[in-house]
Design a protein around this ligand. Structure first.
Ligand SMILES: NC(=O)C1=CN([C@@H]2O[C@H](COP(=O)(O)OP(=O)(O)OC[C@H]3O[C@@H](n4cnc5c(N)ncnc54)[C@H](OP(=O)(O)O)[C@@H]3O)[C@@H](O)[C@H]2O)[C@@H](O)CC1
Ligand SMILES: [K+]
Length: 491
């Protein structure tokens, strides 16, 4: 099962359940979490013992973690100063206990200047954790602004302070280089608005009861390498007919590259046969760049304008680079009426956004792969990513098809279970032209092999991201191009 993403209040319950069932006292759980944080950060970055570390600790349990981390690092020989950010005078019980175990903690209560931290190299943020609600105010907000303006390396414990675990950052929020969250990332980590606060995140296992967490009522999941379990082994006794026949409909004059990338994407995921329909101008390009695929051409030189009978194909992938001419729209309409499993991308989505009648032709064997702008064109603008996810859910329910909403953390919603999966693979180097065409080909290639629309989407999206990461390892995030993603697909 994919890891569930749970809310702050559900995490609190998981915390309580673990303490009761294991059993473990809250102070011991805090100690375990703090050791796990220290191990994780020291594993991730090498900290010279001469470097000065400042830890800002709040009055709640996140602050308690901060004090415990201070002690653990001091015991290991690091040069650490703790600051109590006393936003309330009564510390939580476990925070108080860990505070008492330290000497020389400087108190910040807004009555005097904030520390200048000139000699400090690293800041650890333990002001607020999942108990934070709303936005920071008054001197606490000023302190967070001050910390951000110091422009030091900031590492956050559990969550950047000032960010609600389940929401979008408002007011002053710590801008962390890395966030080490306990057991599970929070929903906030997947929202594009929060990217500048969270930095890179890592999830640290603190031994909470996994069975309890996985049984919590949540439809949010992380798409991670558990996806491997969905991939079927190829059979020894098989032939190309076993793995389906893909029809890719892509390209127009000046955009034949899109059809090349989508075609290769389908081949690289293991489709048995791939045929690509392009305008006449694409024939030589396709035949010479992808000899493994068959090419059929439209009568038209520059666009795809003639409806095609798809009965000899198992699946269709339509959209990359096809343009939005009215003749091409007729081809799309005709394809949708044939009810074949179909991946709909790029200009095919733009055509749908311009015509309600096309929307009504969507069917449960469709997978839509819009990026945010394409999705907004179909359903209207959203003020926030949370509002857009709500629209994604409604759209999936209404049209009963899978929607892959592409972004840094691509969101995929299944019409059958209502589950929403946030992809965790991939890298910023994939934000480049042609990357989406490769994905369209991959999902189509998987559909051809008999995977359900949701499984094809999950496998395609995850492995597309993994291939992108592998490409970036070799070419760098700036140097990589979409063709490199193809070279690193390993399925
Ligand atoms: N299972 C786990 O994961 C484990 C969790 N652990 C750790 O516990 C952390 C959660 O601790 P927590 O519940 O004490 O919450 P935390 O965020 O430290 O402080 C809440 C305080 O902030 C206050 N406050 C809220 N909003 C505010 C605002 N806008 N402006 C000002 N104040 C505001 C709030 O006030 P109140 O709402 O009570 O009025 C309360 O006083 C968690 O993140 C992790 O680090 C580990 O130790 C062990 C295992
Ligand atoms: K924090």
């Amino acid at each position: 099962m994919f890891n569930k993403i749970i809310t702050a209040s559900q995490m609190k319950l998981a915390d309580a359940f673990t303490m009761q069932s294991e059993p473990i006292s809250s102070i011991d759980l805090m100690e375990r979490a703090s050791h796990a944080f220290v191990d994780a950060i020291l594993h991730s970055i090498s900290i010279d013992q001469t470097k000065e570390i400042a830890i800002f600790c709040g009055s709640g349990n996140n602050g308690g973690d901060g004090f415990a981390v201070t002690r653990i690092l001091q015991e290991r020989g690091y040069n650490v100063n703790a600051y109590l950010v006393q936003f309330r005078t009564d510390l939580s019980q476990d925070c108080q206990k860990n505070f008492n175990r330290l000497t020389n903690v400087e108190v910040i209560d807004g009555t005097k200047d904030f520390p200048s931290l000139e000699g400090t190299d690293i800041i650890i943020d333990a002001i607020f954790g999942y108990g934070f609600k709303g936005k920071t105010r008054g001197w606490v907000a000023d302190l967070i602004q001050h910390i951000n303006e110091l422009d030091k390396l900031v590492y956050a414990i559990d969550t950047p302070s000032g960010l609600e675990s389940d929401g979008i950052g408002k007011g002053q929020v710590i801008k962390a280089k890395e966030t080490y969250c306990f057991q599970r990332p929070k929903l906030a980590f997947f929202l594009p608005e929060n990217g500048e606060f969270i930095g890179d995140w890592k999830s640290v296992n603190i031994g909470l009861n996994e069975q309890y967490i996985q049984e919590i009522d949540s439809k949010l999941f992380m798409l991670n390498d558990h996806v491997k379990t969905l991939v079927q082994p190829r059979q020894r006794q098989s032939h190309k007919g076993t793995y389906g026949h893909v029809l890719i409909i892509a390209g127009a004059y000046g955009k034949i590259g899109a059809s090349v990338l989508a075609t290769k994407g389908a081949l690289r995921t293991g489709a048995g046969l791939v045929t690509t329909l392009t305008p006449r101008c694409g024939y030589q390009i396709l035949q010479s760049t992808v000899p493994e695929a068959m090419c059929i051409t439209d009568e038209n030189e520059k666009i795809i304008a003639t409806p095609i009978d798809t009965s000899r194909f198992s699946v269709v992938g339509i959209g990359p680079g096809i343009g939005v001419e009215k003749e091409t729209k007729k081809v799309l309409k005709n394809i949708l009426k044939q009810h074949r499993p179909t991946v709909i991308d790029a200009d095919a989505l733009n055509l749908i956004s311009s015509d309600e009648k096309l929307l009504k032709l969507l069917h449960p064997n469709c997978v839509l792969t819009p990026h945010i702008k394409e999705f907004d064109r179909i359903v209207g603008q959203s003020k926030t990513s949370l509002e857009r996810f709500e629209k994604q859910r409604k759209f999936v329910e209404e049209h009963e098809c899978v929607v892959v909403l592409k972004d840094a953390y691509t969101s995929i919603i299944s019409p059958i279970t209502g589950n929403q999966y946030f992809n965790t693979s991939g890298c910023s180097g994939m934000a480049t032209g042609g990357s989406g065409d490769v994905l369209t080909g991959m999902i189509t290639g998987l559909l051809a092999q008999g995977y359900s629309p949701i499984d094809a989407a999950l496998i395609g999206v995850y492995y597309h991201g993994v291939a992108g990461q592998a490409a970036a390892e070799i070419r760098g995030e700036n140097g990589m191009i979409a063709s490199d993603i193809l070279d690193f697909i390993r399925l």
